[in-house]
Design a protein around this ligand. Sequence first.
Ligand SMILES: *[C@@H]1O[C@H](CO)[C@@H](O)[C@H](O)[C@H]1NC(C)=O
Ligand SMILES: *[C@@H]1O[C@H](CO)[C@@H](O)[C@H](O)[C@H]1NC(C)=O
Ligand SMILES: *[C@@H]1O[C@H](CO)[C@@H](O)[C@H](O)[C@H]1NC(C)=O
Ligand SMILES: *[C@@H]1O[C@H](CO)[C@@H](O)[C@H](O)[C@H]1NC(C)=O
Ligand SMILES: [Cu+2]
Length: 249
Amino acid sequence: MRSFTLWVLVTFLAIQVSAHGGIWNYSIAGNWQPGFFPYYPAEGQSSIQRHWAAFRPIKDLNSPYLVCNNPGTSAEKYATIRAGGEIKAYYPGWPHDIGVVIVWMAFCGPVPDSCFSFNGTGNHWFKIQQVGLQSGTIRDGHWALKDLIANNYTWSTTIPASLHHGAYLIRHEIIALHVPYEPEFYPECAHLFVEGSGWAGASGKYLAELPGVWNGDDPSLNLTIYQEPTASKTEWAIPGPPVWSGNNA
Ligand SMILES: *[C@@H]1O[C@H](CO)[C@@H](O)[C@H](O)[C@H]1NC(C)=O
Ligand SMILES: *[C@@H]1O[C@H](CO)[C@@H](O)[C@H](O)[C@H]1NC(C)=O
Ligand SMILES: *[C@@H]1O[C@H](CO)[C@@H](O)[C@H](O)[C@H]1NC(C)=O
Ligand SMILES: *[C@@H]1O[C@H](CO)[C@@H](O)[C@H](O)[C@H]1NC(C)=O
Ligand SMILES: [Cu+2]
């Protein structure tokens, strides 16, 4: 019954909001689990994903919803993952192929349930992965989102092996660039407890504030891919801090 209801709902949504999407499921070390499903009531759901209301993008760069979507309230659970382990995120039917994928983390605290009381707003965020324009032109080159779609709507990320154990938010962010001068942000957060013997944490230039890290006049964000001189450029600078790859060098 429930799966039939979901099928009807998804068919309906596919018609209504076919232009958008988000993360439905996570895989931790090879095991898939549900995320929070936005079109069901929150009551009765229990997942590692922070709550979100709709497939729609966030467009206001100063919105508190830029942090972990709308409303971005706490998950009910966390997933344990080893530093160096792999997390996959599943975006069924993701429609846009021009844009970047950035994966961020934020330290919530030392104990496994620290993220339940962690807001996320502020200067807590470090990138662990980013993929933008890999080859070709801005207009029709090989963007990260083409890989996401080609790989069965799945995005894979490795937690840095040296990361200090503790509770973290992981934040997947797609920035889709197909609408002229209106970048679309699709943030999704989940609660992790990272285990291992690592000692390292991001600091200094690797940390960024959310909201606040994105600027509306950044030429990498405020652009039209359809017109020159932008369309045929073969470089696109990924905005924000450098990726933290396991040390603060
Ligand atoms: C994936 O997420 C959907 C929506 O939350 C859920 O119905 C489904 O059971 C999940 N699948 C797995 C394998 O976790
Ligand atoms: C976090 O705190 C900010 C500022 O007080 C607030 O606007 C926002 O709604 C809070 N976010 C969550 C997820 O509670
Ligand atoms: C795509 O990935 C999802 C989630 O792991 C899985 O349920 C589905 O069977 C996969 N589809 C194909 C064609 O591999
Ligand atoms: C984005 O670019 C357009 C066209 O150049 C310009 O009119 C607009 O003011 C810019 N927006 C911001 C927020 O800088
Ligand atoms: Cu969309």
